[in-house]
Design a protein around this ligand. Sequence first.
Ligand SMILES: C[S@@+](CC[C@H](N)C(=O)[O-])C[C@H]1O[C@@H](n2cnc3c(N)ncnc32)[C@H](O)[C@@H]1O
Length: 222
Amino acid sequence: MTNEGILEARLDKDAVRGVYTVIAPIYDFWALLTEVRARRRALELLAVRDGESVLEVAVGTGLTFVEILRANPSGRSEGIDLTPAMLERARRRVARDVPSARCELSLGDAYQLPFAAEQFDAVYNAYMFDLLPQEDFARVLSEMRRVLKPGGRLVLTNMSKSDRWYGELPELLYKVSPRLMGGCRGVVMAPFVEAAGFRDIMRETVIQAGFPSEVIAARRSP
Ligand SMILES: C[S@@+](CC[C@H](N)C(=O)[O-])C[C@H]1O[C@@H](n2cnc3c(N)ncnc32)[C@H](O)[C@@H]1O
């Protein structure tokens, strides 16, 4: 599976913020229909151990972040997101589901992570690269690499491409209007992850309700 034919990203950062402000109240429903399986697999591969430093980039409404917190009660857990409405939902979810959690949730941009170098044992990111222009992948991956400790774990999941006939449906909807797909189109991240200085790269495809996701696990090379 390659990035041949990857569609152009059609929402800039302000438009992304606008779309996710509008869909924040219904995002969890969409995620339940199309993303639960990939998210579960990504968490398995992230394999958070208590006491670690873990960062989730683009934490959204906190669907996975609360699972990270449950696995890491005495460690350091940080989450950032570009959209205040999504972050506010994540804050409410944490307060409701893991009230004793030690964590920080902040507004932030994946292009310029607000952390010093080599801070985290693991970085997790879901359904964000499928929103970004392909020409920005290297820059954002290099930020993730910068904040990871050498040997640290990176786990990504994204809307992806599939050889099955129904794999065309999400792309078709995106062509009609990117907003129908929350701005997401299929991407294949493994070649970019390798070029950004990661090793031991593993890629799986998980299909739910006809929507293909990829799950990628890798380690930062020293
Ligand atoms: C499809 S949602 C995924 C949310 C969450 N990761 C999940 O899997 O449930 C995309 C999220 O990416 C965030 N996002 C998009 N561009 C970003 C950027 N440059 N930096 C940080 N967050 C970003 C959006 O605000 C939105 O919350």
